[in-house]
Design a protein around this ligand. Sequence first.
Ligand SMILES: C[S@@+](CC[C@H](N)C(=O)[O-])C[C@H]1O[C@@H](n2cnc3c(N)ncnc32)[C@H](O)[C@@H]1O
Length: 283
Amino acid sequence: MSLTITSTEFGLFQQFIEKECGISIGDEKAYLIETRLSKLLLENGCENFGQFYTLVQQNASLKNKIIDAMTTNETLWFRDTSPYAILKEQIFPKLAQEIQEGKRRQVRIWSAACSSGQEPYSISMIAHELFRNGKAKELDNGKLSILATDLSNAVLFLAKMGRYDPISISRGMPDDLRDRYFKQDGRVYVLDPSIRQMVQFQQMNLMNSFDSIGKFDIIMLRNVAIYFSTEFKINLFRKIAQSLNPGGYLFLGASESMFGYSTDFERLEANSGSYYQLKRSAL
Ligand SMILES: C[S@@+](CC[C@H](N)C(=O)[O-])C[C@H]1O[C@@H](n2cnc3c(N)ncnc32)[C@H](O)[C@@H]1O
């Protein structure tokens, strides 16, 4: 038995993973395949990565398990603070006013790589906090909806449950919001239905067409494009532009940029950070 991956085996897995989910694994990262897939290899009775690759090609559920193992699902509540401050202070009040003035009927948000739900639920909490304080009320009563998608069924399962352990809760969740929007069931924190109701979850691969999900006013594409090749990013940002309504907003991760991949967006600066708006010329 050998759990050391050969360069030929690495090449096979590298191509397979890029083809299935767009994640590009650099030549220097063979160790990632070894560390993340060895357990699955052993569980499936394989002797080496070559045998395992052959088995994977014949087994769809094993393919999904590999994708789950190879995706980085790191996330936290109100990650980087800035997008949530911008939504709360600028975008939600503006969109609420547009509803009040009869310029729009609804607001649709897409959390495009939602992992275990912290991102879409944080947005829902921001909206509920505004409503609680008598602000942006025009977005209440079903006018604001959030579609949350991810490639990995494993994280979507966790997200839909809305149940979080104390460690996940401790990562970014302010005490007052935890006390307001969660009930404790033993050591588990259970999210309030009012926050869950605003969010619909769906499995979706960003490599596929976005035509079936319609258009959005705000898209969160945070901390996912970093894993993709340049070619995939160019194509992805084009599809994202086509999925935004005129004047729609896009948020990337704090360390991510659109520079070199798309000219369809204008970069806007706020006190807390930057975000993007679809240019008129992109319509
Ligand atoms: C690092 S997490 C980011 C979660 C959240 N957006 C945040 O910023 O905290 C990246 C997520 O992207 C998902 N992902 C990776 N490749 C994907 C693809 N091709 N299509 C859809 N989701 C993908 C992973 O499953 C993972 O949950």
